[in-house]
Design a protein around this ligand. Structure first.
Ligand SMILES: [Ca+2]
Ligand SMILES: [Ca+2]
Ligand SMILES: [Ca+2]
Length: 587
């Protein structure tokens, strides 16, 4: 190894990234979206210069060998030991050439309105498509990573994928509405220098709306065409950059020694809030059952999910009914479920077993265990009966009454780990709306002898093809809000200007989510003298503790160590890659 110059280029890499991200923020507003909310409207943004090449290592040019002198017979690589890269003698002068890249990004406006029934999802959900070509045609098996850095200030992996036979990878993502563009990276090798390079850039996921709703943004699905020279994927196994040979370079692999796993998708914190009068419309105070939660998903290189971890804290029960929170998973495999509970002080809570249950024939309630596919679909119990989990309190005062941190009660926190026997594609069956799993409420009220269940919009349609969980006014019985939601005071209709603590909620609703996507950030801004607050300031009362903070930890915790361990990959690697270009194989 001492033949190769070892350069640690992490500082350079970070500088490049931060520069890139500054420029990126402007990108969406250079776009040309037509502002309609119809799907499949296309605009083209020739994003020349948006995508750049970052060298992850530098190779001493004198070590580079000529491709011509080491040409193997075609297709002979299948028997070679791909786990070992042997430096090859250098009989001829090299002709090192830089990796170059041009790109063109096309955007399609995406209908976020649930097929015409606006479903009150605050997150935006889009497919991100990346198409990579080099001088020989499509680049197959290139690992593509999509990240965003707005939510936590650090890159958070929101999707991974690998280019197919057409050089294309389409990666579905869901991000909070504060994210207007995502970062895309493609790691590969410059075959003439042996340098490991990363093609980095960004793509818009929102563009300014025009026309009637010009104050907001429309959601766009980007298609990024990357045209590159001297770039090919790290096919096979190059352990210097991909220790576990799973095709995901170490600096993006959160499980660098586990080929079955690639990334942890972290949701960040959200709140799910329910109305419970289904099938009647409620009072739209969205405080009948409210839970603050975060999830993590361990993903395979193919974007399948092996493990879901979640933490769920009950924070409101502005209702007379009692309810239990469950998670329905429509997957073709069994799963091991682990669940534990702590009370508001962080002490173990043992009240689950004795709490009444409102879902028949469920398995694993309170104890977990191995659940079958059918049992997972019926519903994993997250939080049992709500009269127990908030200790008889409601956290739902009426407007104008005094409610301080001393009045706030922190409910039970459930910690749940679900490990599938086989990794599952949550997008193949309908398990995600707005990027969130299918949580539902079962309540202690029966219709035709069966306890009623309340789902979020987007999952079920009625016989007429309308969303079954939007009331006659088109209002949902459940919403999920980024962060800690300050739910309305008891009986305060969030839609009515006279009783809403959210000045922009109506604008967001009536524009089908185009205007004021961040309505939930603007509380009590309706100017009127002596007007009481119409929200309960849970965000002021709710503090992290060890039990709820553990999923909010810094992302890419191993980024420093694995980046610092990246070493030069020599000219031999360049040869190896060149020879394999003709018959790429899945890593
Ligand atoms: Ca790897
Ligand atoms: Ca791995
Ligand atoms: Ca209520």
């Amino acid at each position: 190894m001492n033949r190769w110059i070892i350069l640690l280029v992490l500082p350079l890499f970070l500088v490049d990234c931060s520069n890139k991200k500054k420029g990126m923020l402007l990108l969406p507003f250079l776009g040309l979206g037509d502002g309609s909310t119809q799907a499949n409207t296309t605009s083209t943004n020739t994003g020349d210069g948006t995508f750049t090449v970052v060298g992850l290592e530098t190779t001493d040019p004198s070590q580079v060998t000529s491709p011509d002198t080491n040409q193997g017979t075609g297709g002979d690589t299948s028997n070679s030991d791909s786990s070992v890269v042997t430096p090859t003698p250098a009989p001829a002068a090299p002709t090192p050439a830089p990796t170059t890249v041009n790109n063109e990004t096309t955007t399609n406006v995406v209908d976020q309105t649930n097929g015409g029934d606006f479903n009150f999802e605050t997150n935006i959900t889009v497919p991100v498509t990346v198409v990579v070509e080099n001088e020989s045609g499509p680049v197959v098996n290139a690992p593509v990573t999509v990240t965003e850095s707005v939510t936590t200030g650090e890159p958070n992996v929101v999707g991974v994928g690998t280019t197919d036979g057409n050089g294309s990878a389409t990666i579905p993502i869901s991000v909070p509405p504060t994210v207007v563009s995502v970062d895309i990276t493609i790691v590969g090798v410059n075959p003439t220098t042996g340098e490991v390079v990363e093609i980095v850039g960004s793509a818009p996921v929102q563009q300014p709306a025009t026309g009637d709703n010009s104050e907001g943004t429309v959601v766009v699905a980007p298609v990024v065409n990357v045209d590159t020279t001297n770039f090919q994927p790290v096919n096979g196994c190059v352990q210097a950059v991909d220790s576990d040979c799973d095709g995901i370079a170490n600096n993006y692999d959160e499980f660098p020694d586990d080929p079955s796993l690639a990334a942890i998708a972290r949701s960040g914190r959200y709140t799910i809030a329910f109305e419970d009068l289904f099938p009647s419309a409620g009072d739209a105070d969205l405080n009948d059952h409210s839970t603050v939660f975060s999830t993590e998903m361990d993903k395979t290189p193919a974007n399948k999910v092996k493990t879901i971890r979640g933490t769920y804290t009950h924070v409101a029960k502005g209702a007379g009914y009692n309810h239990e929170l469950r998670l329905s998973l429509d997957v073709p495999t069994n799963a091991n479920v682990q669940i534990s509970y702590v009370d508001g002080n962080g002490n173990p809570w043992n009240g689950c077993a004795s709490a009444p249950k409102y879902t028949a024939n469920a398995a694993g309630d309170c104890t977990g265990g191995t659940l079958t596919s059918a049992q997972l679909k019926r519903g994993v119990l997250i939080l049992p009966s709500s009269d127990k989990t908030l200790f008889g309190k409601k956290n739902a005062p009426s407007a104008g009454s005094t409610f301080t941190i001393n009045d706030f009660v922190r409910g039970v926190t459930a910690q749940v780990t679900i490990t599938f026997e086989e990794p599952v594609d949550l997008n193949a069956t309908k398990n995600l709306v707005g990027g969130h799993l299918n949580y539902f409420l079962a309540i202690n009220q029966k219709t035709d002898g069966v306890f009623r269940q309340i789902f979020r919009p987007g999952y079920f349609k009625d016989a007429k093809g309308k969303d079954a969980f939007l009331d006659k006014n088109g209002f949902p019985w459940a919403i999920i809000v980024p962060g800690v939601f300050n739910h309305p005071t008891e009986g305060a209709d969030i839609r009515k200007p006279s009783t809403s603590g959210y000045i922009f909620f109506n604008s967001w609703m009536h524009s089908n989510g185009v205007a004021h996507k961040d309505w939930y950030l603007h509380i009590d801004q309706i100017p009127a003298p002596n007007r009481p607050s119409y929200v309960v300031r849970v965000s002021d009362f709710y503090t992290d503790n060890g039990f709820t903070a553990y999923l909010i930890k810094a992302v890419r915790k191993n980024a420093l160590e694995v980046s610092a361990s990246l070493i030069v990959v020599g000219a031999a690697l360049g040869f190896l890659m060149k020879r394999r270009m003709g018959n790429p194989k899945a890593a």
